[in-house]
Design a protein around this ligand. Sequence first.
Ligand code: 5AD
Ligand code: SF4
Length: 469
Amino acid sequence: MSKRYVVQTFGCQMNEHDSERIAGLLESDGYEKTNDQSDADVIVLNTCCIRENADNKLYGALGNMKRLKDKNPDLQIMVGGCLAQKDKEMIQQKAGHVDVVFGTHNVHRAGELLNQARSSGPVTEIWEAADPDEAFASALPAKPELDYKAWLTIQVGCDNSCAFCIVPSVRGEEISRPAEDIVAEAERLAGAGVSEITLLGQNVNSYGRDLALKARHAGNPDVKLRPAFANLLRSVAAVEGIRRLRYTSPHPKDMTTDVFEAMAQTPAVMPHLHFPLQSGSNAILKAMHRGYTAQRYLEKLAEARETIPDLAVTTDIIVGFPGESEEDFQATMAVAAEARFDHAFTFVYSPRPGTEAAQLSDVFCDPAEVKERFARLRTVIERNALAHNLARVGVIDEVMVEGPSKTDSDRLTGRTGQNKLVHFPKPDGPLRAGSYATVKVTEGHTSYLVGELVEITARATHRTRIAVL
Ligand code: 5AD
Ligand code: SF4
């Protein structure tokens, strides 16, 4: 019987995609997926340290695994991801039953490290920087969670230095994947029946800057340093079979008109912009090193909405950055109200080790005050979200079907081009996930829509995996 593995992911999309790579590597080594940890021969914990107290979560999970390992000494436990990159040897010092610790730059080594640990005992291998030839998830035999939509990494690392953010120190400098490789990957995915792709990177709209600089240094003075992201959007959208293209996340300071134009002119690029604001106070934006003012942010947003019809806008906002006064917070409330976001991910500031802001402990905000500000901000965010969703009532939207609704098995759930969830009654015949249908919106709620099926517009074409026994 083949050996079984489980991958547990704590974290962001980048981490989830890394987990798909790890799953792909293990499957190409003959392992089979299981959902039950007590049935597994290998347990992989893929960690993230961007926001929450990931340390506690990880060491808690590892404590539980000690019991599994006591029962089954052949069980191998691997810890990867950002937290592993940060804590390195400390993980095995604290949890001696961990077999392999690997970082964000050597995910491709997972299978080999597992074999190494089996023959010669526990191993920690962290690379300090990415190897450009190995940096891209999609170059590995990833095992996507879904067969009909996929992430495609176009860039790893980040060259910015936002004062709150641990990403540059764990993910390293920005490296862009060559455009030909990205398009080839999109073609391969489309050939396998994937019709929706999300381009992934920490700062997607500075895509290609490093490639252009490298080409110049290599003696090619004609290379333009202008942003290459808009062209990339057009090229991937042109791949046959790709009906929907999304991307995340761009940085407002690097956003250029040509990206908005490419979105507007390319029907496959969905009318959704995730545009991380972080704060509406100019003083806090400056302290965060975000590189824009609230006014500039709002101007770019207005340009996006003027250029791209029917655009939905989402954002990230941090509440309680060190030194945030009531006045600063009110500025965030005012910008949030003016920006009328469709949805916002709101976070309470959490100090991340080694970041600039973590050193500002003398001006950390009072947690009770932050909690109260957070609740006030949610009210504005949710009011706008509801208003946007109510305004969709009566509209006919095309959705990609994602499967049965989690709360009502008589309904299906799909996502509109604007990335909104819609629940609608199941049709009589089967309608597979990954299919497209038009839905008339009948209700708008804060975080979802309700609708009725109008017409099935395209049937899913991906192959359904059949378990090999
Ligand atoms: N505290 C709170 N939120 C953070 N984010 C990143 N670092 C922190 C932090 N230290 C949020 C930002 C970013 C999103 C991915 O996570 O809003 O855009
Ligand atoms: Fe972090 Fe800023 Fe880079 Fe985003 S742009 S990954 S917030 S440093």
